[in-house]
Design a binder for this molecule. Structure first.
Ligand code: NAD
Length: 266
């Protein structure tokens, strides 16, 4: 069942614009959805460049800083101690759930997400259809022996006063399984994202400023391979010029409404 959309606010797209997106969805059989932090703001997780996002509250360290500098690790884990409870408590919103409906139609090739919050999988999207380009905040790994811990384990150690927890197995430096500045993206995930996008017949971008490469390159790849690009975002994005359709509005309203319309439910 398609989730009821969040209440529209005056700045949401009108019925004609929603119907135009529904037409694209109806006409496509191999849809790739690229999601960014904006799809999770209605779940209470601030986006990157918004007023409460990490861009303004303190940028994450580079990989070099993190590995070489104890102070950088202390700051990183202190921020994590404060921010992780919010990430753990966040619930998928109607936008995440509408993508589960889309998957059930067999039209969804995959979701390429820049998010590290795990909300697509928690909403019910098949894990093998979700490509986490920037990793996951819920996994912590030892950089030395590779042992994996849950985010909750590490949260407990932080609460117990370990300012930069080390691996209980080998004493190595622990880090979250997310991509830090200065690090390449995971090769397999990037290759899969490019391959899916090359074969897509619609790229739907939701809640991304399309500033961060290489995710921001996917619209160009889609266009070069003849697929239309639709962008749903509250504000302008860096790749708007490439879009065949742009809907300025909230993911939690636009996606369930347009997908419901495409599936003949409204
Ligand atoms: P971004 O913050 O650069 O852009 C988010 C965009 O979404 C903005 O343009 C904003 O106007 C729009 N937006 C905000 N709320 C929206 C809504 N409800 N509906 C529609 N649009 C909305 O984010 P990005 O492009 O994903 O790139 C930033 C990076 O931030 C990524 O590397 C990601 O790993 C990281 N990040 C992830 C999370 C998360 O996992 N939820 C949160 C913050 C940052």
């Amino acid at each position: 069942m398609t989730e009821p959309a969040l209440e529209p606010v005056p700045s949401e797209p009108n019925a004609e614009e929603i119907a135009a997106l529904a037409d694209y969805i109806r006409a496509a059989d191999r849809i790739v959805v690229l999601t960014g932090a904006g799809i999770s703001t209605e779940s209470g997780i601030p986006d990157y460049r918004g007023p409460n996002g990490v861009w303004s509250t303190g940028k994450p360290p580079t990989i070099g800083d993190f590995m070489e500098n104890e102070e950088s690790r202390r700051v990183y884990w202190q921020r994590r101690l404060e921010s992780y409870p919010n990430l753990l408590a966040a619930q998928p919103n109607p936008a995440h759930r509408s993508l589960v409906d889309l998957e059930r139609t067999g039209k969804l090739s995959g979701i390429v997400t820049q998010n590290i919050d795990g909300l697509h999988q928690r909403a019910g999207s098949s894990p093998d259809r979700v490509i986490e380009l920037h990793g996951s905040a819920h996994i912590v790994r030892c950089t030395q022996c590779g042992t994996v811990f849950t985010g909750e384990d590490v949260q407990q150690w932080l609460r117990d006063g370990h300012v930069y927890p080390s691996c209980p197995v080998c004493g190595g430096i622990l880090r979250t399984a997310t991509v830090l500045f200065g690090e390449p993206l995971p090769r397999e995930e990037l290759d899969r994202s490019i391959e899916l996008t090359r074969n897509a017949d619609l790229l739907l971008v939701v809640g991304s400023s399309l500033v961060v490469n290489p995710a921001a390159k996917l619209p160009l790849i889609a266009k070069r391979n003849g697929a239309p690009v639709a962008i749903v975002n509250r504000t302008e994005t860096r790749q708007d010029a490439l879009a065949d359709l742009r809907l300025e509005g909230s993911a939690g309203y636009v996606l369930p409404t347009a997908i419901g319309n495409a599936l003949g439910r409204s």
